[in-house]
Design a binder for this molecule. Structure first.
Ligand code: ZN
Length: 429
């Protein structure tokens, strides 16, 4: 099976995928509410839901009192019905996760980076490590939908369908996705890590009720992703929301991207680490930027005022980047994710929040929520798995916007176990 690299797929969103995504977005939902939300007929909803139950993807978990009518049967996704593998090839290492249908991690591991290894050796290694992790997770291969792989941006799509970041540019003619797909024997998708991280938040309902939200991804550098109506926004080449490379000082220091005065050059993790080392705040040999940045964050949390000042100064720039993204895209939420926010999120969160509360352009129209991802450390790998889940289960295009979970009828919150229910609900119950 040939699966396109990330990006909107051309498959028409049929009633099955619309209903499945309504169940996913809601967490728990009745058939009546699916009808109300999707505009599909009760008969269509009943037929499709019955099929999804027969396939084991959706389960009836109980009943909820209805206002004036008979109790409604409550549905939710069956998390163990399907799984996906997510792989994040980063500068410092390779992170692997297996997630269930709900986007929750069921197994994870981290291995050394690819170093100078040739691409075919790396494909063989990744294939072996995926096989080992799936075995540890105890997941039947028949329930695996595919493999998502993500890399730091910028990504380039070559005529050979290779998508490679500059860090492994020597692979530029190697069709990595195709080679992995053949080697692993499962559909394989590939994209940049910040966009994957944003999609992971969407799929796992990290931002319920959002119409348009941005993710600021901070690992070694600073990137971003945008989800509009449940679908990643891709731009022309899959390199959107590179907010680390927004210029905030025309005469600022040069950045590796070719620009100068970028947020990343002024305040990214590598700059924080360099400043900390120059100030004598880091001992020993340099490790990866992410590991050294986490050490600065630990020092700050243990009362080192100089480390705290460095991070608070960085947070001011990151807050401007988040503000810029939210303002340009009229976002209703910003998620801070990636391992460097996993380490120092408690310092950055209040600074970004204050920036968006006080200075967001459309603040008189709607607030902008700011949160830290629950999976900040593995966000990219989780998101890579979510790319597979979404593409395989609910292929959608921009412009197909489902009502969001935050607007659901609260009647679904009180759920009684099914065995206590008076009997199976009838269709569209
Ligand atoms: Zn730059």
């Amino acid at each position: 099976m040939t699966v396109p690299r990330g990006g909107p797929v051309s498959t028409h969103a049929n009633s099955r995928s619309v209903i499945l995504d309504a169940v996913r977005a809601a967490g728990t939902i009745s058939r009546v509410e699916i009808v109300r939300q999707t505009g599909l007929t009760g008969a269509t909803v009943s037929t499709v839901v019955r099929r999804l139950i027969d396939e084991g993807i959706v389960a009836e978990i109980g009943t909820a009192e209805s206002t004036g009518g008979k109790p409604r049967t409550i549905l939710r996704l069956e998390p163990s019905a399907r799984y996906a593998v997510g792989v994040h090839l980063d500068h410092g290492g390779v992170t692997y996760v297996v997630t269930d249908l709900a986007g929750e991690i069921v197994a994870r591991t981290r291995r050394p980076g690819i170093g100078d290894a040739g691409p075919q050796d790396v494909v063989t290694r990744i294939t072996g490590e995926i096989g080992a992790l799936v075995a540890v997770a105890g997941v039947a291969r028949s329930r695996l939908l595919g493999v998502g792989v993500c890399l730091p941006g910028p990504v380039f799509q070559t005529p050979a369908d290779a998508v490679v970041p500059p860090t492994i540019a020597q692979w530029s003619d190697f069709p990595l996705r195709d080679a992995l797909e053949r080697s692993v024997g499962l559909p394989t998708l590939m994209d940049n890590d910040a966009t994957a991280g944003a999609l992971g938040e969407h799929w796992a309902r990290g931002v319920p009720g959002s119409v348009c939200f941005g993710a600021v991804y901070m690992g070694t550098g600073i990137g971003g992703g945008l989800i509009v109506g449940g679908v990643p926004y891709w731009g022309a080449s899959g390199n959107t929301m590179e907010i680390g490379h927004v210029c905030v000082d025309l005469d600022g220091p040069p950045c590796w991207c070719g620009n100068r005065g970028c947020v990343e050059a002024l305040a990214g993790p590598a700059t924080v680490v360099a400043a900390a080392r120059a100030a004598g705040l880091l001992d020993g040999p340099a490790r990866s930027v992410v590991a050294d940045f986490a050490a600065v964050a630990r020092a700050a949390s243990q009362g080192d005022d100089a480390a705290l000042a460095l991070l608070q100064d960085s947070a001011r720039y990151v807050a401007v980047a988040a503000h810029t993204m939210a303002t340009v895209m009229d976002a209703d939420h910003v998620v801070l994710t990636g391992p460097s926010f996993g380490a120092a999120g408690a310092i950055y969160l209040p600074v970004v929040r204050e920036e968006l509360e006080k200075r967001y352009f459309a603040r008189g129209t709607h607030p902008v929520g700011v949160t830290i991802s629950q999976h900040a450390y593995e966000a990219a790998a989780v998101g890579a798995a979510a790319m597979v889940l979404q593409t395989e289960l609910v292929p959608r295009q921009l412009g197909i916007v489902l009502p969001a979970a935050g607007r659901l009828d609260t009647a679904t919150t009180a759920v009684r176990p099914l065995q206590d229910a008076p009997g199976p609900a009838s269709a569209a119950g």
